[in-house]
Design a protein around this ligand. Structure first.
Ligand code: SAH
Ligand code: SF4
Ligand code: F3S
Length: 492
């Protein structure tokens, strides 16, 4: 993947970098000019260090968690590259950054485990810098633990000051102290920063940050802050620039994209935003996640159904099939209204792929509640589903609820659910067998370089033989053989 990636720096940012070069002191204002100034600063420090060591300096960014974090990491990589580092796949690098997730306990545990294993590299390389950022760092207890037990971590920052990374990087390169910079709330949205895309032809695009929904099990609103939409014109401008830079597929990102636009000076709905994006010529595919069922509008369904660019895939997390539990989860829909919504969607788009997230073992979940979930899975016929064991997150209302479910019971339910989900998923994905569908070729297959791997609009993975590297092109492929959750095909 790495060979393909490219730093995307807008014309404006290049100009800012040039202006910043003429400035002795950084500008006071917290914006992209200030960050450009610090990128120049870091570059000077690093080039001196390179001369001293007689070699290039490397970085490694490791991302945990969701697509928001993936996108944030692209921005972090962009800064590191412009500062003069080269990317390395190994964590035996000069700058290692973990972008963390805390949605479930096991994401947390993995970070501590990997952090411990970095000490060996650090011993060999005293100039090495270790940094932590992301959702976990917005938790007080975590930062306290890093402060006291992980003194060798050089830099800690959170989700609200990610746009100041260049500045923090420069500070961290010039100091041996542990730097901790966590804000409790986001400032205004800083636009126009560089990013390094993993794929040249597709990109995530943030349309909103944070979450206001406070589902009772979920820590995201606490670590990502309140919902804030980006201005539609900024989003469109970014997508136009991406399109000019070779992007054909965009993935619009937000915790609840269906509530996009609330709170903007001129309110714009998500459906309107999609219609505008659709008009951008070179963009051929539009995806988005995540959709909250409570806010999915009829307008959105009709925009989707009429569109030739919006992909035939909707991720619609249900979490539970029990209306009783959905209420306690604070989800604002019932089993019946959810099923009715999926029916409406499939009537408008018969070939739509539906995927979901399900939590097993929410406090107080009874066998009857669980059977309701299984019933929804059978009725809706998901193309695939992410199934999660409930994880108790400190500070959320559900963590304080009585009647936490025992591990044995959860295991048993989880296994039954997974079996059902997989059986249905396999049957669903085989529904395209023999059809010819457009596939966006994404990369050479890792195991067999004679194959290209790509995706259909429904987000189904297809492998097909090709001598030519077709990455970034949309080609017609016959889906000859369904192999469970992917297809083997041939180009026609
Ligand atoms: N904003 C998205 C979800 C983001 S978190 C939405 O509302 O759909 C991704 C998924 O993690 C959630 O859909 C949920 O299924 C799961 N999740 C969140 N908190 C969890 C917890 N405490 N334990 C287990 N799974 C959880
Ligand atoms: Fe968490 Fe609910 Fe917000 Fe999704 S909508 S991020 S599950 S609080
Ligand atoms: Fe994890 Fe943060 Fe995403 S907690 S799921 S990385 S928003």
């Amino acid at each position: 993947m790495m060979g393909q990636s490219a730093v995307f720096e807008s014309e404006e940012f290049r100009e800012l970098t040039a202006i910043a070069r003429t400035m002795k002191e950084p500008p006071e204002e917290d914006g992209s000019l200030r960050q450009a100034w610090y990128i120049n600063r870091a570059r000077t420090v690093l080039s001196e260090r390179e001369k001293r060591l007689g070699r290039k300096l490397t970085f490694c960014v490791v991302t945990f968690g969701c697509q928001m974090n993936e996108r944030d990491s692209e921005k972090l990589r962009g800064v590191l590259k412009l500062a003069g580092y080269e990317e390395s796949e190994s964590e035996d690098a000069d700058f290692v950054l973990y972008n963390t997730c805390t949605v479930r306990e096991n994401a947390n545990i993995r970070v501590y485990g990997r952090l411990g294993s970095l000490t060996a590299y650090r011993k060999k390389n005293p100039d090495m810098r270790i940094a932590l950022c992301g959702c976990m760092m917005q938790e007080k207890e975590v930062v306290e633990k890093i402060r006291t037990s992980y003194r060798y971590v050089n830099l800690v920052f959170g989700t609200h000051n990610l746009h100041r990374f260049a500045e923090l990087l420069a500070a961290c390169l010039m100091s041996d102290e542990q730097i901790i910079d966590i804000a409790q709330q986001g400032s205004s949205i800083v636009e126009n920063l560089p990013a390094e895309r993993t794929y040249p032809f597709k990109s995530g695009v943030n349309i909103m940050y944070g979450c206001n929904n406070f589902c009772s099990y979920c820590i995201v609103p606490y670590v990502r802050g309140r919902e804030k939409s980006r201005e539609a014109k900024e989003i469109l401008r970014e997508i136009e620039q991406l399109a000019d830079d070779g992007v054909v597929e965009v993935m619009l990102l937000g915790q609840n994209v269906n509530s996009y636009g609330k709170g903007l000076e001129t309110p714009v709905s998500f459906a309107q935003l999609l219609s505008e994006i659709e008009k951008i010529d070179k963009i051929q595919r539009i995806r988005f996640m995540t959709s909250h069922p409570k806010d999915l509008s009829d307008d959105l369904i009709s925009v989707m159904a009429q569109s030739s660019k919006i992909c035939r895939h909707l991720h619609l997390p249900v979490q539970s099939g029990s209306s009783r539990l959905l209420k306690i989860m604070n989800r604002h829909y019932t089993k019946e209204s959810y099923i009715a919504l999926t029916k409406k969607l499939k009537e408008a788009m018969p070939d739509l792929s539906l995927t979901t997230d399900i939590i097993v073992g929410f406090p107080g979940e009874t066998e009857e509640d669980f059977l309701e979930t299984l019933d929804v899975v059978r009725q809706v016929q998901y193309d695939s589903a992410f199934t999660f064991i409930y994880s108790r997150r400190t500070g959320t209302p559900a963590a304080a609820m009585e009647d936490q479910i025992s591990e044995d019971v959860i295991r048993d339910r989880f296994d039954r659910l997974l079996k059902e989900v997989q059986q249905i998923g396999r049957a669903r994905s085989s529904r395209f067998e023999g059809q010819i569908l457009p596939v966006l070729a994404e990369s050479r297959n890792r195991q067999d370089p004679n194959l290209m791997t790509g995706r259909t609009s429904h987000n189904l993975v297809v492998h097909f033989p090709s001598k030519e590297d077709l990455s970034g092109s949309i080609v017609n492929v016959r889906l000859s053989e369904s192999c469970g959750f992917y297809y083997m095909g041939e180009r026609v």
